[in-house]
Design a protein around this ligand. Structure first.
Ligand code: GRG
Ligand code: 1GP
Ligand code: MG
Length: 236
């Protein structure tokens, strides 16, 4: 699979279980200027909710990826540019490192040409993803850097994802992950609510991921984060 994310500054994570702001449509979502849409989510995600988002986005030319939270919700749809499958480096339950992945590969016919993984380092203990995966979120900057290096060097990961979902993360820890990587792309997601947050994380990562803001405040707010991520990266 080629690595389109190498050119991205910003990704919008659409939770299929959450509504858009009143009056906004996926046409507006696709016009925010984001570089790609990841259809993700943790709780209550079903494949028909996924399909609804895919159908609403398929007529636009924004790259569209599914980030499946478990094998049962993987949607087989040519409208998807591909799948970005999390591997949770600091999960307390091995199911979220290789267990679910083994089951997916055992029962499904995976399209490896369109499938890549994201080596997640989950750092917000309040996030659903932390609870679901029993993640050990107590990681210092040198721990985070070491996980990033293991992901790239030992596990050959192209994407490392520092996940603070629901809160703005510690910039030092994000920078530590970024400094530990040679070729791999660092995604940062969590609590980005405005231009300044996006700029701050754009300076320390390669791709800024925005999720809840879309559902809480809408597309204009998201547009601000696209600018902030771009400007922060350009200032590096
Ligand atoms: C092997 C396959 C096909 C799937 C398993 C993939 C894995 C390891 C999933 C575990 C991590 C996970 C649940 C990722 C889903 C995307 C994500 C991080 C959603 C954000 O969830 P939160 O923001 O914590 O939840 P809410 O915002 O919904 O409360
Ligand atoms: O919802 P937020 O806090 O923006 O986080 C985005 C993404 O990292 C969630 O997986
Ligand atoms: Mg969330």
């Amino acid at each position: 699979m080629h690595t389109p994310w190498a050119d991205w500054d910003h990704v919008l994570k659409v939770d299929p279980d959450k509504d858009l702001v009143d009056g906004e449509t996926f046409d507006d979502v696709c016009e925010t200027g984001t570089d790609a849409i990841e259809i993700g989510g943790t709780l209550d995600v079903t494949s028909d909710k996924m399909e609804r988002v895919i159908d609403a986005c398929r007529t636009h030319d924004v790259p569209l990826y599914q980030e499946p939270s478990n094998p049962a919700v993987v949607v087989d749809d040519e409208a998807l540019d591909g799948y970005l499958v999390p591997v949770v480096m600091n999960a307390g339950d091995v199911a979220w490192v290789t267990g679910a992945h083994k089951e997916w590969v055992r029962i499904d016919d995976v399209d490896w040409a369109r499938t890549a993984t994201e080596a997640y380092i989950v750092l917000n203990p309040e996030a659903s993803v932390a609870e679901l995966t029993d993640a050990d979120c107590e990681q210092d900057a040198d721990d985070v850097a070491a996980y990033a290096e293991v992901a790239e060097r030992m596990l050959g990961q192209d994407v490392v994802y520092v996940e603070y979902s629901g809160m703005l993360g510690d910039p030092e820890k994000v920078a530590a992950a970024h400094d530990a990587l040679e070729e791999a792309t660092l995604f940062y997601g969590g609590g980005v609510h405005d231009y300044d947050d996006a700029y701050l994380m754009g300076e320390r990562s390669d791709v800024v991921v925005v999720g809840d803001l879309l559902h809480d405040e809408g597309c204009e707010a998201v547009r601000e984060t696209v600018e902030g991520a771009r400007d922060g990266k350009a200032a590096r």
